[in-house]
Design a protein around this ligand. Structure first.
Ligand SMILES: C[S@@+](CC[C@H](N)C(=O)[O-])C[C@H]1O[C@@H](n2cnc3c(N)ncnc32)[C@H](O)[C@@H]1O
Length: 257
């Protein structure tokens, strides 16, 4: 049987060493991701790794701290960007159809941002319909150096969560993340929309926690996030464990357009 035609189109291949580290760090702690890749035969697929395969190789190394036997495949729709396998990671031509694979974890970072918003739902469905049972899709966007990063998790039922992650030293207020929201949300950060209300509330909690500023932005965010969790009835939450990044996860229903 011949491989399915790659679904999608070639876009700019911009990438950067370690640019997806915040999402990688989060992934190895997230219970849904850990469960998805726990099986001995688990498969993880990175869709659209760009002009160089660095972020796929980094992802593989981090995910293999959870499952050392994890099979990892990087897919690129541009045939000129497909490279030989390395470090136990395979690379192949493919798109949202996942080259006929049935992965437990799929990631697509900085891919859909170059598509139209109207194309997002179809791409999500194409990917999530091909997930193995219990599979997770992580779809996100970040800045050039990966200091500000936002991603959604989805499963076969649709979007589940939005996570915002930022370097505590390089971001003034939570709403600074707005420019890196996933395609499904970035055009909705306007008054009257839920994502705008969340970022406005997060900024207010940040202001409220100003007394913690002398202890640094990490401590200040922890205090702000505790207030935000109460204000949102638990829909928005930050990890309790000590973390390097400032993180906020919110249920999709709380921000969906
Ligand atoms: C901006 S780069 C992102 C590289 C890397 N994921 C990162 O975040 O650093 C986007 C890449 O996705 C590829 N791409 C776009 N649509 C795709 C699709 N449907 N399937 C596979 N690759 C795709 C483009 O060819 C491009 O190389």
């Amino acid at each position: 049987m011949s491989a399915p035609a790659p679904d999608g189109r070639i876009t700019r291949g911009t990438t950067g060493l370690n640019r997806l580290r915040r999402s990688d760090r989060w992934s190895v702690h997230d219970p849904a991701v850990r469960r998805a890749i726990a099986a001995p035969s688990a498969l993880a697929v990175d869709v659209g790794y760009g002009a160089r395969p660095d972020t796929t190789l980094e992802w593989a190394a981090r995910l293999r701290t959870v499952n050392p036997g994890l099979r990892v495949v990087g897919l690129e729709i541009d045939p000129a960007r497909v490279v030989p396998g390395r470090d136990g990671v395979e690379f192949a031509r493919g798109g949202f159809e996942l080259a006929g694979l049935r992965p437990h974890l799929v990631r697509a970072f900085n891919v859909l941002r170059q598509y139209d918003e109207a194309e997002v739902a179809g791409a999500w469905t194409t990917v999530t319909e091909r997930l193995a049972p219990g599979g997770v899709f992580v779809e996100g966007t970040c800045d050039e150096l990966g200091r500000r990063c936002c991603w959604l998790t989805l499963d076969v039922a649709g979007p589940r969560t939005l996570t915002l992650a930022w370097h505590p030293g390089f971001t003034g207020r939570p709403s600074d993340l707005a420019e890196r929201l996933p395609k499904a949300l970035i055009h909705h950060n306007v008054p009257g929309e839920r994502i705008h209300a969340l970022l406005t509330l997060a900024d207010r909690c940040w202001d409220h926690a100003a007394g913690y500023a002398p202890y640094g932005n990490r401590v200040r965010w922890r205090a702000a996030a505790a207030v935000l969790a109460v204000e949102t009835g638990g829909a928005a939450r930050a990890p309790r464990r000590p973390v390097r990044d400032n993180l906020l996860t919110v249920d999709w229903g709380f921000v969906a357009p």
